[in-house]
Design a protein around this ligand. Structure first.
Ligand code: FAD
Length: 421
């Protein structure tokens, strides 16, 4: 069995593991051995490669606002590298969400988020392609928000991390974690591609999918062991399974499928707009010559399901019900849209729709950064920074001080997020 030792070992190299590793390496300035292990660093089935690219800070809780604001301030400095298009979020609010954004508005002013609220009579000035304003109580524009390229951002973090000596180990499916006297001491993994498993990219993709969906270790692969001084769980929607291995039963975080489609509709010109959100919670934005559309159906069951099945244009299909109907209802030019393709990925959800960031209770050297639902990309730089602060200093910098609210010990009143997609 191969042996390696890291002072800090991240399990999961998606956007959050990569950001965390980079921020920790920057803070420690190359003085510690940092490793990131993942069954598939390319991340074909990871949430990071499935997301919509949306970035905003318009939340209810200070922790989420601070993490996103800190991240956006950073993305502005690397705009070109990560294709940050700061074209805003245009949100058409129904009564309930209009109330919510007005309630939150003073916080947005306090944090300088540059959010504008407009009453019903301004809708068509702001969104000229909307020709049915029924059910819209008001529109908010969040000017500092926008879209970025998740792949470029993840690679940006990894490249910086590698330059600072972080080691990324690919193809390792974690199967066991040893705990002694309240501390994790080592992690065992099976090397996915070692023996007879690399017959081709299709086989490899299926093997990765199989173990991620079933949690069964691949058979026949070489075993690896990683000693570690501290462990950081950044395994995304799989974080509860990793937690189980170090003896923490996570009843809060649950995986839920989320689906997106790409459509073509030259009649609707979204140039100059970032994310547009309908009262139905269907969200969409321009994506090169096409339009990316997502909808988080609330009747979706929990579970590790990444099968795409929004397809089909008949009137009973989910695509018709959840995508076409609300789009056409709001913007009649969507009548002749063409469905091109789609995919499904996982959200890691919590009952209050806020994530976890901090020390895992009951263990001395285990941290987690997971379950930021539909917020993991936008929050990533702030979350990586906060994690690095907690690990090295045991406290958070001033701009991120409320990120401490995302520990397992939630503040009284909870961390519920209403404006969640
Ligand atoms: C359809 C959709 C749309 C979204 N839209 C947005 C958006 O617009 N904006 C936004 O901010 N967020 C969005 N999100 C959410 C965002 O994508 C996630 O919050 C974020 O990607 C989570 O990153 P992560 O690094 O925690 O997880 P992941 O990217 O899933 O990474 C976890 C990694 O852990 C690895 N892993 C798991 N188990 C094991 C194991 N046993 N051994 C080894 N490795 C393991 C996996 O291979 C994976 O690479 C969206 C998500 C979806 C699904």
């Amino acid at each position: 069995m191969a042996e390696k030792h890291f002072d800090f070992l991240f399990i999961g190299g998606g956007i959050l593991g990569s950001a965390g590793a980079m921020c920790l390496a920057e803070k420690l300035d190359g003085s510690a051995r940092i490793g990131v292990i993942d069954v598939d660093l390319e991340g074909e089935h990871s949430s990071t490669l499935k997301n919509a690219g949306g970035v905003r800070s318009t939340w209810r809780n200070r922790a989420n606002i601070e993490l996103c604001k800190y991240s956006i301030d950073f993305y502005e400095t690397i705009r070109e590298e990560v294709q940050f298009r700061q074209h805003g979020y245009y949100w058409m609010h129904g009564d309930k969400s209009w109330e919510e954004i007005q309630r939150n508005y003073p916080l947005y002013v306090e944090y300088g988020l540059n959010v504008e609220l407009y009453a019903h009579d301004r809708i068509t000035d702001i969104l000229p392609f909307v020709d049915n304003t029924e059910g819209i109580a008001g529109v908010s524009i969040s000017r500092k928000s926008g879209l970025l390229d998740h792949y470029s951002l993840r690679e940006y973090y990894r490249e910086k991390a590698r330059k600072l000596g972080v080691e990324f180990v690919d193809g390792c499916f974690v199967t066991d974690i040893a705990v002694k006297d309240g501390s994790v001491t080592s992690v065992k993994a099976v090397l996915l591609y070692s023996k007879g498993m690399d017959g081709g990219s299709a086989d490899r993709s299926e093997a990765i999918k199989d173990c991620l969906l079933s949690s069964d270790a691949p058979t026949g692969g070489e075993e690896l062991s990683f000693g570690c001084g501290a462990l950081i769980n950044t395994a995304g929607a799989w974080a509860p399974r990793i937690a189980q291995l170090y003896g923490f039963t996570d009843s809060q975080v649950k995986p839920r499928r989320r689906q997106m489609v790409v459509i073509n509709c030259p009649d609707v010109d979204l140039s100059g707009y970032g994310m547009v959100i309908d009262t139905s919670d269907v969200y969409f934005h321009k994506d090169a010559e096409n339009i990316l559309v997502g909808y988080s159906n609330i009747d979706e069951e929990y579970g590790y399901n990444i099968r795409f099945d929004f397809g089909g244009m008949d009137e009973d299909s989910p695509f018709f019900r959840y995508i076409w109907s609300p789009l056409y209802n709001r913007i009649s030019k969507f009548e002749r849209l063409k469905f091109l393709r789609g995919w499904a990925g996982l959200y890691a959800e919590t009952p209050d729709r806020s994530g976890f960031l901090g020390r895992v209770p009951g263990l001395l050297n285990v941290y987690e950064c997971c379950a930021h639902t539909g917020r993991g990309l936008m929050i990533s730089y702030g979350a990586g920074t906060a994690l690095a602060d907690l690990i090295t200093d045991g406290e958070l910098r001033q701009e991120l001080r409320r990120a401490g609210d995302l520990s397992r010990e939630r503040p009284a009143g909870g961390m519920y997020e209403q404006l969640h997609l």
